[in-house]
Write a protein that binds this ligand. Structure first.
Ligand code: GLU
Length: 301
């Protein structure tokens, strides 16, 4: 169905195939699906496999099988970022031609040393100190960085649909953003912004751990002249140590081999989202999903 017959909403789930879905990533998958369906929109799946050293062979197909077992089926072809290199090249060329980016040959050590030497009290320790902004000579491999606005005019504000008003100072809290990495890989920030724009994504629903990336993505959207989607960041499932659930703190890959297992995993994800449990009379996954869809609290935003 065309986007305009669906009220124009296009949402997406964008897993990195660094492992299978666990209880935390299923929350983002379910929330993005429910939000799309509650708006009468389309839900896309995009495999974010740009960070190739971290990708696990076969994890992409395993994630797609897990989503299917949960009844979460994409409304268009699945895309793989590794197959979309020309889009990222075009975007970087556009940024280069408008002087929004600069080449940078700094290593982590030189960045830390420069930050230390300037005793930059108003800078966070890991904020890029601008070393290569005006340099034309580089030794070794280069990264491409996006220039952020100067301190004083670097405040980015936006409103999260769940968390409310947000703000971040890009110069003092983030620094110039890597778009092409020194290890010759496209960075997450470029891939996610270019693809959300190219796929016409209107609503981004993803885990709260990514909230901190949003301001720099808004700035990149501005520099590329593309539309900013609406954002909703979902609650995190916490691991044994109270931090975001991950492989490092006990996340188990979800076994979803039977409808009963899938139903249980979806119920846990729904509880995390503050949704009431689906009634016992809903025995089919599709019925449970439809029930949560009508209970979805963010349907009218
Ligand atoms: N690929 C990212 C992740 O799995 C999600 C990116 C996004 O939703 O913006 O954490």
């Amino acid at each position: 169905m065309a986007a305009d017959t669906l009220g124009g909403y296009i949402g997406r789930f964008a897993p990195s195939p660094t492992g299978l879905l666990h209880a935390g990533s299923l929350v983002a998958a379910l929330a993005s699906w429910l939000d799309a369906k509650a708006h009468g929109g389309q839900w896309l799946v995009r495999i974010e496999d740009l960070d190739t050293p971290r990708c696990v062979p076969g994890a992409d197909q395993a994630i797609l099988r897990q989503l299917d077992a949960c009844g979460l089926r994409p409304d268009g072809p699945v895309t793989w970022q590794s197959q979309r290199t020309p889009l990222y090249e075009t975007a970087l060329q556009q940024l280069q031609s408008h002087d929004h980016v600069f080449a940078c040959s700094c290593s982590r050590q030189t960045i830390a040393a420069a930050a230390h030497a300037t005793h930059a009290t108003h800078h966070r320790a890991n904020v890029y100190p601008g070393t290569c902004r005006h340099s034309t000579t580089h030794t070794g491999p280069i990264a491409w960085r996006l220039k952020v606005p100067p301190a004083g005019s670097d405040l980015i504000t936006w409103t999260d649909r769940r968390l409310g008003p947000q703000q971040q100072h890009l110069a003092t809290e983030v620094g110039d953003v890597v778009l092409w990495r020194r290890d010759q890989l496209w960075a997450y920030q470029l891939g996610v912004v270019v693809d959300d724009a190219a796929q016409g994504v209107t609503h981004v629903v993803r885990g709260e751990d990514l909230t901190d990336n949003t301001a720099r993505q808004l700035w990149l959207q501005h520099c590329l002249g593309v539309t900013t989607p609406h954002y909703l960041h979902t609650p995190l499932v916490l691991g044994d140590n109270g931090e975001k659930l991950s492989k490092q703190n006990g996340a188990q890959a979800l076994a979803l081999d039977t409808p009963a297992l899938a139903s249980r995993a979806l119920h846990q994800a729904a509880v995390c989202l503050g949704l009431p449990p689906a009634p016992h009379t809903t025995t089919q996954l599709a019925e449970q999903l439809a029930w949560w869809c009508q209970a979805w609290p963010w349907a009218r935003q």
